[in-house]
Design a protein. Sequence first.
Length: 289
Amino acid sequence: MAITEARVHANGLEFAYLEAGDGPLALCLHGFPDSAWTWRHLLPALADAGFRAVAPWLRGYAPTEIPADGAYQAGALAADAIALHEALGGDAQAVIVGHDWGAVATYGAAAYAPGRWRRVVAIAIPPGGGPAKFVADYDQIKRSFYVFFFQSSLADTVVPRHDLQFIEELWRDWSPGYDGREDVAHAKDALREPANLTAAVDYYRVAFDPARQYPQYADYQRAGTRPSPQPTLYLHGVNDGCMGVELSKGAEASLGPGSRVQLVERAGHFLHVERPAEVNRLIADWLTS
């Protein structure tokens, strides 16, 4: 199934996106440091399962537009997902899939507008989170060093060096043993320009700075902290070097009725590209059941 690229206006921004197939909308949201191409395995699989699978670049990630107001809070991402549902002609049969920051957006969008999404998949970021997830224990604090490093202006100098080598090292640490060169190349394309890289880092800065969070997104943001009513599949790699697998313990309590938590063996943070056949099957089976 061929993957094509297009653009659409939603929530005041022009979003670039990849798509494959026809049918109910399956919106797939990527995380950091990544791009829409992270879904290159899943999009054809969902198209074969009868969906119109769409993967946008998130706000600030090239070639999607950079928001002039610098709104990068979780609520803005959830609002984007809902606006994309409307702009792309979604209906009540639509489904949503999110990884990393995309998972954060997914939780908010699913809970704020439950009538728009029939089923939900979230990957690698447990539900009911927030900053507390990053200080859960000493080992997790070490894994989350980048979150705290990004609060410093030093990151603006270090991260771009040597053609964004910092991003390569994150992928190496987060998905041990996986050759992520293709994925890293796509991520670099999305973040190489200084304004785009600043946008991606600002996701983390805004999360810890209430003064940079806009009140119009407050309700969307609060929605992301409560369970959504849809059946949700939560996937986590056992070898995740970014968010330790122990953080998935008890995730069921923060998910809606009929939900399921599935650990994926021999997979790290980017499990959907590390073990695509297995993860595609889990997601397609969930979304079509």
